[in-house]
Structure formats: C-alpha cells, structure tokens
Design a protein around this ligand. Structure first.
Ligand SMILES: Cc1cc2nc3c(=O)[nH]c(=O)nc-3n(C[C@H](O)[C@H](O)[C@H](O)COP(=O)(O)O)c2cc1C
Length: 204
C-alpha cells in the first residue's frame, strides 16, 4: 500500500509501541516521515534507554529488530517546522499514525489547532480524507479526553487505544507491543503476522 507514511511519537507512555511500529514499516520498505515531540523524545529515552534517543534511533532499531529495518527510509522532521513536507496536502504521504498519542496532542488534533508539525500533519490527513490512526494512552480518562476521541473519530480518524490483549497468551513485553503494532499496521492498511489470527474455536 502506501510507500510514504507519517509516524508521530508524542509524550504518552508506550514508546515500545512506537519503535515496534516504526521497525515494521521500515521492514516493508516504507519511507517513514518521522516527527517526535519534545516529550516524545523524553519518553523514548525514559522508557527504552539512552540508546533509543532520536539521534541513535536507526542503529537502535537494527540492533533490536534486525537489519530488515534498512529496507525502508526515515526522514526526521522537527516538530517546530510547519514548513515540512508533511505539513502540506500536496505531499504524497497517504497515511499517518500517532503512536503513542498524549491527551494534549489528542486535544490539539480534535480541535484542529495545528500548533506544531504533529498536529498540522494530522490535520492534513483529516482534510485530505486520508488515514489517520490515533493511539491514545492515558488512564483513567477525563471527560475532555473522551470527548476529544469522539471528535477525532467523527472527523475520520481511527482511534486505536493502547490496549494490548491477552487472549494470544503473551509471554513478554515484546509480545504485547507486537499486538499493538499489528493493530496499528492493520489500521494503516498493511497485512502482518504480528499476532495469530483468531481461529474462532468453539468454547464447549
Ligand atoms: C514520564 C511521563 C509519562 C507521561 N505519560 C503520559 C501518558 O501516558 N498520557 C498522556 O496523555 N500524557 C502523559 N504524559 C504527559 C505528557 O508528556 C505532557 O502532557 C506533554 O505536554 C505532552 O506533549 P506532546 O503531546 O507534545 O508530546 C507523561 C509525561 C511524562 C514525563
């Protein structure tokens, strides 16, 4: 499907979901337009360690997920650059995921604020009727956050909450991250085998 996909990483817990999703996209030869908010950068380091800092991200991905990640390419944009390619609908970027999505960025997208590149690129997806996948993470959720998810869904985004399942009997954090990355890839329109398809076995 898409040969260019935008991926935003914001300051919610769940950096592992973001790097797993990024590695899967790259492994498919996708060119990823990556934008990471200031708190997204902090959470990459806080949750995955200094080796996952943005300037070391490609070697980190290769060491964690293998050289297959080199099949794709990455352009890293500044979140302050509202003149970046993905800020325009004329740029052929056919889908975007925000993984994980903070409640602050969710609010900005819901209200079309475009205060930074993450919010602007998301707004471009909505106005151009392209796929926008939002992976919110917070608990418990405030009423404004719940309402903001509804606003985004009404505008055409797909809300894919960071809610890994347990019916596939995960044995590790990576198994849980694979489940979420698989859900995100499906929402972006990619096939994958990151978790076993449900077989529909009958419960006697
Ligand atoms: C360690 C840490 C964990 C956080 N986890 C979350 C979270 O899970 N969800 C959330 O909405 N905000 C979380 N925040 C708060 C956001 O990072 C904060 O609201 C920030 O302003 C979001 O900005 P951004 O959307 O531009 O990244 C966390 C902050 C820190 C420092």
């Amino acid at each position: 499907m898409a040969d260019k996909v935008a991926l935003a990483i914001t300051g919610a817990s769940g950096a592992l979901y973001a790097v797993r999703t990024l590695a899967e996209l790259l492994g498919r030869g996708v060119h990823v337009e990556l934008v990471v908010s200031d708190y997204g950068r902090r959470l990459l380091r806080d949750e995955l360690g200094e080796d996952a800092a943005i300037d070391k991200l490609m070697p980190y991905l290769a060491s964690r997920y293998g050289d297959a990640v080199n099949a794709g390419g990455v352009t890293i944009h500044s979140n302050r650059d509202l003149g970046a390619t993905i800020a325009s609908g004329s740029h052929r970027c056919s889908a975007m995921a925000i993984v994980p999505c903070s409640m602050k960025t969710l609010a900005g997208v819901a209200h079309g604020l475009s205060r930074n590149l993450v919010e602007r690129a998301a707004d471009v997806m909505l106005k151009e009727r392209r796929r926008l996948v939002i992976v919110p993470r917070e608990t418990p959720m405030s009423l404004p956050a719940l309402r903001n998810m509804v606003l985004c869904a009404e505008a055409g985004a797909m809300i894919v909450p960071a809610m890994p399942a347990f019916y596939q009997q995960p044995r590790s954090l990576d198994d849980l991250a694979d489940f979420m990355a698989g859900k995100i890839l499906s929402a972006l329109g990619f096939e994958h085998d990151l978790y076993p398809a449900w077989t529909g076995k009958v419960d006697q």
